[in-house]
Design a protein around this ligand. Structure first.
Ligand SMILES: [Zn+2]
Length: 275
């Protein structure tokens, strides 16, 4: 009888575990001035896109540790501005990172970039990403939409990696610090940019999120990664107005803290704001 009960409990628990679906999780981390986005595949693989700045890189590291993440399958730097790569110096040394990518931007001759080159680009598993590349992470895919190769612009922001996350029918478009120059160039390709979630380009600055592009993406949720009371005055009032007109719900890391978005297999979204 005892044996039977143990066997029954074993089957009961294994059934209840397998019945519980693990969703795709996208964490838009509150890193103050900068970007950092953690994506956890339902199968457990982890991807980190950007690492915040020199101050908030520590917060990214703490956040991952709290989530019991010790290993990153993929680490992507969208472009080498310090509000995106600042945490790299900590993250790369503290975590086991398998594959590491950036946009291959020409780096200025400064010590900080010499160290970045040494730590990131000279690693085994380093690869340059360009428009047209695709990566498979667990059950979801990443499609790189930008930049074109060779670079057609010489501005760091304009050469940002633009990434579409694809999970079944769900789409999330991550614009990094892309401006309307990229948006216009992308629109000319005539492809489908529709996405339920948009990580707004360039921290909500006025030089990104043009009306035509927003119409093409038509996001239900627009996430702005921005510092509170920042010196640049982001997000711009005009951009907020355009986003409102597009009908999307606007979420900002300066107001919500870290924003966690979960997506189940059928595309059902749930949102959790830190504050
Ligand atoms: Zn930035």
């Amino acid at each position: 009888m005892k044996k039977f009960l143990i066997l029954f409990l074993f089957f009961y628990f294994s059934l209840s575990i397998s019945a519980k679906e693990v969703p795709l999780k996208i964490h838009f981390l509150d890193v103050g001035e900068g970007d950092s986005i953690l994506v956890e595949a339902p199968t457990g693989e982890t991807l980190l896109i950007d690492t915040g700045n020199f101050i908030s890189g520590f917060k990214v590291s703490q956040y991952l540790k709290e989530k019991n993440i010790q290993r990153l399958e993929h680490l992507i730097f969208t472009h080498p501005h310090l509000d995106h790569i600042g945490g790299a110096f900590l993250m790369v040394q503290e975590f086991s990172v398998k594959d590491i990518y950036d946009n291959g931007e020409n780096l200025p001759k400064q010590d900080i970039y010499r160290w970045y080159e040494q730590l990131v680009r000279q690693r085994a598993g380093y690869r340059v990403l360009s428009g047209g590349d695709e990566l498979s992470v667990g059950e979801f895919e990443l499609e790189i939409l930008w930049p074109a190769r060779p670079f057609v612009f010489s501005d760091f922001n304009v050469n940002s990696l633009v990434i579409m996350i694809k999970y079944n029918d769900f789409r999330c478009l991550l614009m990094a610090d892309a401006t309307d120059q990229i948006e216009k160039t992308l629109l000319k390709t005539g492809r489908d940019f529709k996405a339920e979630v948009l990580k707004v380009g360039h921290h909500g600055a006025g030089d990104a999120s043009g009306i035509e592009f927003l119409q093409a993406v038509s996001p239900k949720i627009a996430v702005i990664s921005v510092d509170r009371d920042n010196i640049r005055g982001y997000p711009s009032a005009e951009t907020l107005e355009r986003l409102k007109k597009s009908g999307s719900k606007i979420l900002r890391t300066d107001q919500s803290g870290t924003i966690l978005l979960t997506v189940d297999r059928k595309g059902k979204l749930t949102l959790k704001e830190e504050r």
